[in-house]
Design a protein around this ligand. Structure first.
Ligand code: F0G
Length: 434
């Protein structure tokens, strides 16, 4: 299989060996993507082979990423792959959330069911495989928490040393705890995500550490499996919309690439519209998409949101995201802190639960149906990107009416569920419970 790295910029398209350690095009500075010669692919035969692998006890067949390995054939040998049985995440019907979002029905694809509790595992298993194939010893990332948790796990599982950089005081303890437990050398930097990404790129170059942020094209290859698995679970009948939160915009870029490839190879009859939802205080891409032009992307210098996973002001993958959203006929929406908090409580009341950034999807859907961009009878899949246990502080504060937005205003506990403190008395508790 011929695989190479190609510049994403249509005016450049320079190609490089798949084993080159580069994160931007050396010629024009554009983003890079993996490119393959898929000729000779038989969609029907592959669909059957992928179904059969679900029955297999072979570790890579059990992985909800590597099961679909024909769609990202960048490795020369599968022995480099590290799997924790990532992917295999469910599609869950959520009638109550559908009603809240103004839809007749709504399905969540819950990436929080992954081994480290977020969609990052789909990409990290691929990125870690490439690091091993290249003979790297150390891997690094800057993270709002999930990437670092995931990278720490996959690096340690694969015999690599993880080094993580996080914005000091700005990630949830659940995520920080994971990175420590999985053995990452952890540096809490007094700067925001965007500033640290610039720093880490310099450090990776000078120290010869392999960078595993989503600017790494192999991360994107792995994250394509979220869409491939989703389509497989839908028996290859695409929904009308796929909704996803946007931070650094790697995930929507992966989704678009997967949809283009599946469509051109005849796996799916049409491409769903992609909707990205950002938090109001960290929404440079939403602003850009109102009047898109290559020279008009303006970063947000001081991004602010309680959904810390998407607290990013200068997303690196915006050119890819722009192209993929346009290709799909999709949209970008933004939502307030209150809207995120209330939508999150509704996801919880479905018995499903998710972390704050993930709930931006439902909040965005509610706005998109209200403005009639999305029809009430549309078939919608929203991707819940992280597990409910990632950020328990946020949950407790919301339900007890103490959650403050980044400006210090207390948010409404609209669907609050305050725990009651009671004395050790059967009579009193019976009186309380009626
Ligand atoms: N949802 C969650 C739970 C995330 O952790 C992230 C990104 C996103 C959505 C946004 O995805 O960046 O591909 O647009 N988290 C990164 C991290 C930045 O470091 O964990 P994106």
């Amino acid at each position: 299989m011929h695989a190479e790295l190609v510049c994403f910029e249509s005016a450049c398209r320079a190609a490089y060996p798949i084993t080159e350690v580069i994160y931007n095009c050396p010629k024009c500075g554009g983003l890079l993507e993996a490119s393959y010669d898929f000729s000779g692919y038989d969609a029907g035969a592959l669909k059957r082979a992928w179904r059969e692998r679900r029955m297999s006890n072979t570790p890579l067949d059990q992985s909800g990423v590597w099961r679909y390995r024909e769609m990202f054939p960048f490795l020369d040998s599968l022995e480099h792959a590290v799997t924790l049985r990532e992917g295999n995440t469910p599609l869950l019907d959520a009638p109550r959330a559908a009603g809240y979002g103004g839809l007749e029905r709504l399905t969540f694809k819950h990436q929080g069911f992954n081994p480290t509790g977020s969609f990052k595992d789909n990409g990290m298993t691929a990125g870690a495989a490439q690091a091993r194939r290249l003979g790297m010893k150390r891997v690094a990332c800057v993270s709002t928490g999930n990437t670092s948790a995931s990278m720490a796990a996959y690096a340690s599982a694969g015999g690599l040393q993880p080094v993580i950089f996080i914005p000091h005081g700005n990630i949830s303890y659940g995520k920080l705890a994971q990175a420590l437990e999985y053995g990452a050398q952890t540096l809490q930097v007094e700067a925001n995500f965007d500033q640290i990404l610039k720093l880490v790129r310099v450090l990776a170059e000078r120290l010869g550490i392999y960078l595993l942020n989503s600017i790494n094209p192999f991360r994107i290859e792995g994250q394509k499996s979220i869409i491939i698995e989703m389509m497989d679970q839908l028996d290859w009948n695409p929904p009308d919309w796929i909704v996803v939160p946007g931070g650094n915009l790697g995930n929507v870029s992966a989704f678009g690439k997967a949809l283009r490839e599946l469509s051109s190879l005849g796996f799916i009859p049409r491409i769903p519209k992609l909707a990205v939802v950002q938090a109001e205080g960290a929404a440079p891409f939403h602003e850009f998409m109102r009047h898109p032009a290559a020279d008009r992307f303006v970063p947000v210098d001081h991004p602010a949101t309680l959904a810390t996973a998407i607290k990013i002001g200068d997303p690196v993958s915006w050119p890819k995201a722009w192209s993929e959203i346009t290709m799909s006929g999709g949209v970008v929406e933004k939502v307030s802190e209150q809207e995120i908090a209330d939508a999150k409580a509704i996801v919880g009341l479905c018995g499903i639960g998710c972390e704050p950034a993930s709930a931006a999807t439902l909040a965005g859907i509610r706005k998109l149906t209200a403005s009639r961009v999305m029809d009430a009878d549309a078939n919608v899949v929203a991707v819940l990107t992280g597990n409910v246990l990632k950020d328990p502080d946020y949950i407790y504060q919301y339900h007890t009416g103490k959650l403050q937005d980044p400006s210090g205003n207390v948010l409404q506990s609209t669907f609050g569920n305050r725990p009651a403190v009671v004395s050790n008395s059967a009579d009193r508790i019976i009186a309380l419970l009626g």
